[in-house]
Design a protein around this ligand. Structure first.
Ligand SMILES: CC(C)(COP(=O)(O)OP(=O)(O)OC[C@H]1O[C@@H](n2cnc3c(N)ncnc32)[C@H](O)[C@@H]1OP(=O)(O)O)[C@@H](O)C(=O)NCCC(=O)NCCS
Length: 166
């Protein structure tokens, strides 16, 4: 999973302080340490970091949720891979790190049985929307007032079947 000077690898508990710092620096949605630990313990293969010489440049964390049928999964108890949070340090953006985290994260969620991937994104978050669309995500609907500051989210979704697990 190496690319030029950074690697994409599963996160380890020791990475979480750097992950939390990136989360706090780049997103309004922040979580307590225990939340990161819980996701890492439950879904270690799909909690990924981009790392260079010990520095975490970006992360992606996900969980598998069994729930109501999705857009592409009509049966009850569908396995959905939910992108909980992804961020790349501002000084390392537009180098393909976000996209590589997404692709490797989707492969790992598929290994956990995800049939469809879902995520929420602020309707004004143009970089993230562009990245998700470039990866085949489509807007399912708008969720009005989804965020604590009142901004709305787009619920986006993508089938898992055409992600290749190499
Ligand atoms: C969204 C984010 C993770 C993208 O990370 P990144 O490493 O810069 O993304 P990539 O370099 O892999 O870009 C992949 C594609 O996304 C699109 N994209 C990314 N940033 C963009 C921007 N600022 N404007 C327009 N398109 C953009 C492009 O299509 C890009 O491909 P290209 O560079 O070949 O044109 C990053 O902007 C970020 O951390 N934002 C703050 C946190 C955040 O909003 N997370 C998502 C919450 S839902």
């Amino acid at each position: 999973m190496a690319n030029e000077d950074y690697i994409i690898r599963p996160a380890e508990i020791e990475d979480l302080h750097q992950v939390m710092r990136i989360n706090q620096r780049t997103l309004p949605e922040n979580y307590p340490y225990s939340f990161f630990v819980e996701i890492l313990k439950k879904f270690p293969k799909s909690f990924l970091v981009a790392e260079r010489n010990g520095e975490v440049l970006g992360y992606m964390m996900n969980r598998i949720e069994k729930g109501l049928p999705g857009v592409f999964t009509s049966h009850l108890r569908a396995n959905k891979g939910h992108v909980v949070s992804i961020a790349v340090l501002p000084e390392h953006r537009r180098k393909g790190i976000g996209k590589r985290l997404m692709i490797e994260g989707m492969k790992a969620m598929k290994e956990y049985g995800a049939e469809e991937f879902v995520l929420e994104v602020r309707i004004t978050n143009e970089p993230a929307l562009a990245m998700y669309k470039s990866l085949g995500f489509e807007v399912v609907r708008e969720i009005r007032g989804y965020y604590h500051d009142g901004e709305s989210a787009y619920l986006m979704s993508r089938k898992a079947e055409n992600i290749q697990i190499s």
